[in-house]
Design a binder for this molecule. Structure first.
Ligand code: SF4
Ligand code: FES
Length: 318
């Protein structure tokens, strides 16, 4: 698909929608066999909301370079104001718009139609053994996109099949409405690991008693030890990719571990031991199965699996 020649393509956005049923007023009685809250959990297991689920198609005529966020904004303005999705910055900085596109967790605002539109027939294709191909879930979205390069004035793939992009809420989290996932479990876990610099509380002073403004000066190699990790935007893409994480009860999750690693690697932080104690738990680093799916789609380029691997080694070597 050529994004520079001004040719529009017709694409169907297939959205997995969800409208929650209103909460009942009466409190639910707890089971005596219910799982107790983990040190990282909220103490009360989150119930997945119940409600109406359906799939809705929206047909659009767009330039191939259009982002999927812009497609959704267009749908909201011109076709269906009830469609719910979340976004803020619009350029990959805030992490608020993570969803699953063709089954792959990623950000709406950086995903382009040309990279994700898949020919309808490809999604339904079967292999020689008769198994349906899971088109659209490979690591490289470009491998999944329909081959419509050189398209001129046509609205579909070369074989004439319509182009489809499938959208659903970020996996691993309860769905609040349509494409909005409840990421509070992840944010709670990050908060519990104290995502801020903890120094010894004493301000360094110079010989003449003034505050030493260079007290936190770091050498380039000290900065390099955590700089990449400080780029994490808590989008939850790594959590949505992790087969072990599912709402945060059994595993603190890769995003929280990246936060812990960011401060453990910071030479100015004096709480490294306490931080390592906090994650050296059954639902901390011990729950990580080193699948490394978390590394595949991080929008900030963090090799999440490798960082967690190094963190585990650091905790074990103490
Ligand atoms: S590590 Fe990457 S994928 Fe995970 S929350 Fe941070 S920015 Fe998102
Ligand atoms: S809207 Fe902020 S990262 Fe996409």
């Amino acid at each position: 698909m050529n994004g520079n020649d001004g040719t529009r393509v017709q694409v169907t956005l297939r959205v997995h929608r969800f409208t929650p049923r209103p909460e009942r007023d009466r409190p639910r009685s707890g089971s005596p066999f219910a799982k107790q809250g983990s040190p990282f959990g909220s103490g009360t297991a989150r119930r997945r909301p119940r409600g109406k689920q359906w799939t809705q198609d929206y047909l659009l005529s767009v330039l191939p370079d259009t982002t999927i966020l812009d497609c959704l904004l267009d749908i909201k303005r011109t076709q269906d104001p009830s469609l719910a999705f979340r976004y803020s910055c619009g350029h990959g900085m805030c992490g608020s718009d993570a969803v699953a596109i063709n089954g792959t967790p990623t950000l709406l605002c950086t995903a382009k139609v040309k990279d994700w539109a898949v020919a309808q027939t490809a999604r339904n294709a079967t292999d020689a053994e008769g198994f349906r191909k899971t088109t659209g879930t490979d690591d490289d979205p470009a491998d999944n996109a329909a081959d419509v390069s050189g398209t001129s004035g046509v609205s579909s793939a070369h074989d004439g099949s319509p182009l489809v992009i499938e959208l659903s809420a970020l996996p691993g989290f309860p769905v609040q409405r349509d494409l909005i996932a409840d990421i509070d479990p992840m944010l709670e876990q990050i908060k519990r690991l104290k995502p801020y610099l903890q120094a010894d509380g004493k301000l360094a002073t110079t010989k003449d008693g003034k505050i030493d403004v260079f007290e936190y000066l770091q050498r380039p190699e000290q900065l390099a030890a955590y700089e990449t990790l400080s780029n994490c935007i808590a989008c939850g893409v790594c959590e949505g990719s992790c087969p072990v994480f599912a709402g945060g009860e059994a595993f603190i999750g890769p995003a929280a571990l990246i936060t812990a690693s960011r401060f453990i690697n910071d030479s100015r932080d004096t709480a490294a031991d306490a931080r390592m104690d906090a994650i050296d738990a059954a639902d901390g680093i011990a729950a990580c199965q080193s699948v490394r799916a978390c590394s595949r789609h991080c929008p900030r380029g963090i090799d999440v699996g490798e960082e967690i691997w190094q963190l585990i080694a650091k905790v074990k070597e103490r």
